[in-house]
Structure formats: C-alpha cells, structure tokens
Design a binder for this molecule. Structure first.
Ligand code: GLA
Length: 748
C-alpha cells in the first residue's frame, strides 16, 4: 500500500513501513524505514535539525534549522551545503527539489535494457527538478522488499556529464554494523563485519562484473542483532557490472547509505533530452535477525527476480562432465558416463567445456562454436539424441562473451575483441568480445541459437572466465550488451534452464539471476569450503539459486578427503549435481549416491524452496509441515561436547518423528583400531580392508525419536560424537568433516 497525505508518503507492506516527506524547501526528508507504522506516526519520526551555526550553510538565512548537512534525506545534492557524499555528480552543483509525484499500479517499465524485478507491486514516482535537470525517483513496493531506482533527464540545452548516479540514497538514524562479502577465485563470499562510523566504508567492484571480490549484496544491522533476533537492513543491486555501495555516519549520527553503478571511471554524456536509468536497488528490513532478513530477500529473489517460468519450478539433479573429464572426452566416453549418471538417478547430463573448435585445452577456440566432430562424430544433435533417448535431459556449456586469440573468429575479426591502446592483456589466455558492438551481439546470438535450435538442449551453462578491461560508460554498455544477448537468446526459449557461471561465483548477482535461475557458486566444491561459500551466499540468495555439486575426494583444490555423505549433505542444500569421474566409483559409493539422489528427489521442493535457517550446528530447511536439518563438523576434538539441535518453525503441539538419514562409514577409516573391532589380525592398508571398503560400509549411529514441536524447538540432545571408545552405533563415528541430515516429519 502506498499512501500520500499532505507531502507525506507511506509505503507499507506486511513486513515494514517506509516513510518520508517533502520538506519546507522541496527537499525529501527520510523519516522511517522499519517496523510497520501508520502515516499518522510521521510526527514521531520528524527530526528537528539543530541550528546551522558555525561554518554550516543553510537553505534560508532566516531559518537556522534549514542546514542541509543535518537533515536525514532521501536524495541529496552537492555544492549546496550537504557535505556528505552525494548520490549524484554532474561536475556542478545540484539542488533538486520536489515537483510532483504519481502512484502507479505495477512497476514503471525500464527503457534502457536493464533487467527489472517482476510481479505484483505498486510504484511511487517522485519528480525532482532544478534548472536543466530532472530526476525521477522510483519506489516499487513488493511484498517483502522495496525496490528503488533513479532516472536522470537532461532538460537543458547543453550536454551533461554524468559522473555518478546512485540507485538510491538514504539517511538512517542510529549505529550500524555493515556486513559485506569478499573473496576471489575458489574463495567466494568471505564475510566481513565493520562498524559504520565517520570513516566511510565502501563495497565496490571494479572488474567489469559484480565480481567474487565484493558481492553487491550487504547488510546494515544493529550491534545486538543475531541470526534470530534484532533489526537488520538488507541491500542488493539488480546489476552485473561494476557496483558501488557506501555507508558513513555523519556528524549528527545519521548513517548515509547508497548503492548504484560504480562511479570510478564512469562518465555518461547526456545530450539535451537524453535520459539515464540506474539499475534497481533492493531494500529489505527485518526485526527477526539475519535469518529473518535472509528470508525476506530469498522470497523476493524466488518470486520477483528469477525468470517467471522457473519461479518455484523443480531443478533437475544434474551430472556435469568438467571435473571428471576436463577436455579429455569423446562421444563414447560421454555416453558411458551418461549411462552411469542415469543409473545413479541424475536427470540431466551436462557437457561442459571442450566440445567445439579444437579446444583440447583452454588456450584456443573460444568464439568458434562449431562442434568438434573428431570428439563427437554424430554432432551435437546426435549426442543429444542419444542422451535424451536414455531418458535424461541434455545440457551444454558455452562461453560466448570471450574469444581466444587462437581462434578463427579472432583471426577474422580482431577488432571485435575488447582492447585498449596497449598490448592486449589476457586472462585465462582469452579476451572479451566487445558486446557494445551490435555485430558482435548478433554473432553471439546466432552462434548460440544455431546450436540450441539444432539439438535437444534443455540447459545451458553460460560461463565467463575473464573480466573486462573496459572503463567508463563502456563497462556499463558492455553489461547492457550482455543483457540484450541473454534476452534475445533465452526470452524466446524460457524453458531452457540457464545456469550462469564466471570461474564459479565471479558474477553471482541479481542481474544475472533475472536471466539464469541458478548460478554456479564456486569452482571450489570441497564441502568444507562450501559451508562458507553456500552458508554466506544464503544471507543474500535463496538455495534455489545455488549450483551445488558432489565431486571427488581428495578434493582437486584442497586435497582434503571428506566423506561422500558430507559431500552429499552439503550439496543437498542447493541444486544438487555430481561432477566427478563415475567410472572410478566403488560399488558401495554407487549405492550411496543412488540413495542420496533418491532422498534428494523425495524432498527436493524443501531443499530448493523451503524456508532456510542458519543455526548453530548447520542449516535447516522447513515448510509449514516438516523440516530437514543438517549438522556439519570440521575438526572434531577428543572430548567433544554434547550437541543440542534446535528444530524451529514447527507446530508446538504436534508430534513429530525425528530421524537421521541413514549413513554408512568406511571400514578403513578405523585404521589400526580395527584390531578392537574384528576378532583377527588385519592390516589397515591391506587388500582385505581395501576390498571391504569397496563393497561394504558399516552403519553409523543414527537417530529415531518422537517429540512435540515444542520439545524439538528446545533442542534434541544428539547422540555423542566418537570419543575414543571404539565403534558403537550409540554414537556418531565420524571423525573430521563428518555430518548428518535429520528429517523431522509429523507422526500421522
Ligand atoms: C570455469 C568454470 C568451470 C568449468 C570451466 C571450463 O572454470 O567455472 O565450472 O566450466 O570453466 O573451462
């Protein structure tokens, strides 16, 4: 609901209220973003700015309370006495004042090609002006989020150089901790918490993409806010390019927060009459802690960001060829893998890199999307037909934004690559194509659709393994070019499931999610690393967007050996896939994977779309009927404490069965301890144990109890962890990196 009364605006949904007013001088004063309140409460939030004595400037010399530097604002100018960071820079003073407003059903469609949140909402359009410049601020109110963006129009006679224009700016009273997420390749989503004070905190990417270095999503929370209690604000940007966010406390204790396209090296020249639109920024609020905030953000992404066709739709269990084959495959090997994957229960077979040109390594062929008939003699169509005939779907990897200098495309069109006046600088031996050129976009659209339309392809992995060197408005235009390509390819083919990837999670953002319902979280599939990566992604993004695969152990990047159960248990909390050479699986592993996939399929809706909770021991997904909880361990100790697992969100009075997913443990895991278990002498590394490990696994201590929702919420005292007492099913005999999954269902 959006209400207007005498210069006051209230935007109110079931989650929060957002209140602001037109001030005496036409400035927009921020009043409240938080708990649901009424428009009549505005008086409670009105802030009476102190007098602008000293060296402060005032809007009216007769009014000492008109100091712009002291007022909590929804938008602010520069060069007119508000010394805080301005959301707008055009190289001269700006002083935009309220002119009028409109309240619209739905959102106001964007015209520049940026993606936009979809679905039910109401929109408030506020127009501000100064001579030669018009600004429209859009506020679209969705069920769990407010979406803001800005449109600038040059209404003068000369050009305007737009150096900076944020999607939103806002001044929040109070003290906050800013939570941001940083990292690098195979090290995505490292969480950082910093107190916002007088020194500005910024969160920005400069790689040309949203980047794994600094995810665009961030939080502001009050000091006492925990996972389950307290006030927190969440922000994110529907954009895949260079982004920028800043938070800083002013002299009067207001926290100015803003987000938008990174102004670094940015400049867009607006001719008279020309308009510039910013990406949408998403604002959420919760007083139910970070879990509450995440749920609001998850709901928004699931309902209003991912393509409508895929909203709530089950995601297939996939097999991906990359970690198992890399570039070394042929049709025979792929079909053999497909047979094995099908037998395990996989529903989709994805052929990753290496199928085109002469791409037998990553030094060549990007750009040449002609099928390598030496590897695939029946062509892509032939391969797809054979795989779909097995009852699986077929998916394919592309990296359309890049070009290898050693490619026919580059030899024919060297000018299509994005370069500068220096020697081309390469990343993974490749350059980016200049997506600002219409002929390049046409080439990409026709080469990708040429493959998609001649073979039964129901999934595309869209990779991007080097980032841009483009600066200024070109970096932004590159992203607009990318969106144009994605729209042209996948708009008419909505049923193709698109998974975006950029060396893993180097472009995990709401812009890409508008086209690709899932994103490859990281090239790092070590489950212990994934606890950080997926766990921290879960602050901002729902688990339906996480590509999460079981890979081989010891792990290719960490050399860490983890149990297959833990690799499965972590990957369950996302879109499950398998990415390893299936030929080398032991019979006992084949059985375990079959069980994992069957279990996941049974509870797929809960894992992909259930209400997600981070808890002290791991993660939980639940709906109104049931819950599944994962408990994960890293290094165990010799004297482990008891663990009490709280199951939240169930009905207090109802009775539930609490049971663990059956798990087995390797005989060889016990090493020399085997002498205490078997009645004869056995070499822990001998043939007997190795043969036993291939065919047999021992049951681990599981759970099967009954309790009310109230008792479960207080916590189940789990069976203890192994404590040097020998093997027994009265404990969890797991060692390092063990984990369990517990299923909690009502007793009929
Ligand atoms: C990137 C991706 C991987 C894989 C390779 C193929 O690294 O993140 O998943 O697709 O490219 O070259």
């Amino acid at each position: 609901m959006i209400l207007h009364d005498n210069g006051l605006f209230l935007l109110k949904n079931d989650s929060f209220s957002y209140l602001f007013k037109v001030g005496k001088y036409g400035e927009l004063q921020h009043l409240h973003f938080g708990a649901p309140v009424e428009i009549t409460d505005a008086d409670c939030f009105a802030c009476i700015p102190g007098p602008g004595w000293g060296s402060n400037l005032v809007m009216d010399d007769a009014d000492p309370h008109s100091c712009p530097d002291f007022i909590p604002l929804e938008w602010s100018g520069s060069g007119r006495g508000d010394y805080r960071e301005s959301p707008l820079e055009i190289g001269r003073a700006t002083d935009l004042r309220y002119v009028n407003h409109r309240i619209l059903e739905g959102s106001q469609p964007m015209v520049c090609g940026l993606p936009q949140a979809h679905g039910d909402c109401e929109t408030l359009e506020i127009t501000l002006e100064q001579p030669g410049l018009r600004l429209k601020l859009y506020y679209s109110l969705f069920d769990t989020a407010l979406v803001r963006r800005t449109v600038v129009e040059n209404t003068g006679d000369g050009e305007i150089s737009l150096h900076k224009c944020m999607s939103f700016s806002m001044d929040l009273p109070g003290n906050y901790i800013m939570t941001t997420f940083h990292g690098g390749w195979s090290a995505e989503m490292r969480r950082m918490d910093n107190r916002v004070g007088g020194a500005k905190i910024t969160n920005e990417s400069r790689t040309g993409a949203s980047s794994n270095q600094h995810n665009p999503g961030f939080f502001l929370r009050e000091a006492g806010t925990t996972e389950n209690d307290g006030v927190a604000y969440g922000f994110n940007l529907v954009y895949s390019g260079n982004h920028y966010a800043a938070a800083q406390q002013s002299q009067t204790g207001l926290t100015r927060v803003m987000q938008g396209i990174n102004p670094a090296n940015f400049c867009k020249v607006l001719a008279p009459g020309e308009v510039f639109e910013t990406p949408e920024a998403v604002l959420c609020w919760s007083d139910a802690g970070l879990n509450g905030l995440s749920r609001a953000m998850h709901k928004f992404v699931n309902d209003h960001i991912v393509p409508e066709y895929w909203a709530g739709r089950p995601r297939p269990v996939l097999y991906n060829s990359w970690e198992g084959c890399v570039f070394d495959f042929n049709q025979h090997r792929l079909l053999n893998l497909a047979d094995r994957a099908k037998d395990l229960g996989c529903e989709l077979f994805v052929l990753d890199d290496g199928w085109f040109g002469v791409r037998n390594n990553d030094h060549c062929s990007l750009g040449d999307y002609n099928v390598n008939l030496k590897k695939l003699p029946d062509g892509m169509d032939g391969l797809a037909k054979r795989i779909t005939a097995k009852g699986m779907q077929f998916g394919l990897w592309f990296e359309p934004e890049s070009v290898s200098p050693d490619s026919d495309l580059y030899r024919a069109h060297p000018d299509w690559a994005l370069t500068d006046e220096f020697t081309p600088i390469l990343g993974r031996h490749q350059l980016l194509l200049d997506l600002t050129k219409p002929e390049v976009r046409d080439y990409i659209v026709s080469s990708v659709t040429g493959i998609l339309d001649t073979a039964a392809i129901s999934y595309v992995k869209w990779d991007m393994n080097r980032h841009s060197v483009a600066l200024g408005a070109k970096a932004h235009d590159y992203i607009l070019g990318l969106y144009d390509i994605l729209r042209r390819i996948f708009g008419p083919r909505p049923e193709i499931l698109l998974e975006s990837c950029s060396s893993g999670g180097n472009r995990f953002d709401l812009g890409m999610l508008c086209f690709s319902p899932q994103v490859w979280c990281s090239d790092d599939t070590d489950p212990i690393e994934r606890l950080t990566i997926q766990g921290n992604l879960s602050y901002l993004y729902p688990q339906s967007t996480f590509g999460a695969h079981v890979s081989a152990a010891p792990h290719a990047q960490t050399l860490r050996a983890t149990p297959l159960s833990t690799r499965g248990n972590v990957s369950f909390f996302g879109c499950l896939g398998y990415e390893l050479d299936l030929k080398h699986l032991f019979p006992v592993e084949i059985t375990e994977i079959k069980n994992q996939i069957a279990f996941y399929k049974q509870y797929r809706a809960l894992f992909q779309y259930g209400r997600f909770t981070r808890h002290a021991l791991g993660w939980q997904v639940s709906d109104s009927n049931m819950a599944i909880s994962g408990v994960f361990h890293q290094q165990v100790s010799a004297a482990p404490p008891y663990e009490r697992l709280r199951i939240t969100g169930l009905e207090k009075e109802k009775t539930y069965r609490f049971r663990s997913l059956e798990q087995k443990i390797r005989v060889g895991q016990f090493g020399n301890l085997l002498k205490h278990v078997v009645p004869f002498s056995v070499s822990p590394s001998g043939l007997l144990v190795r043969t036993a490990d291939a065919h047999y696994a021992m049951p681990d201590g599981g759970e099967d109890r009954t309790a009310t929702g109230a008792a479960l919420a207080s916590g189940v005292m789990l069976k203890p962890l192994f404590r040097g007492t020998g093997y027994t099913t009265d404990q969890r005999n797991q060692g390092d990196y063990g984990s369990n999954v517990y299923i909690i269902e009502p007793v009929e």
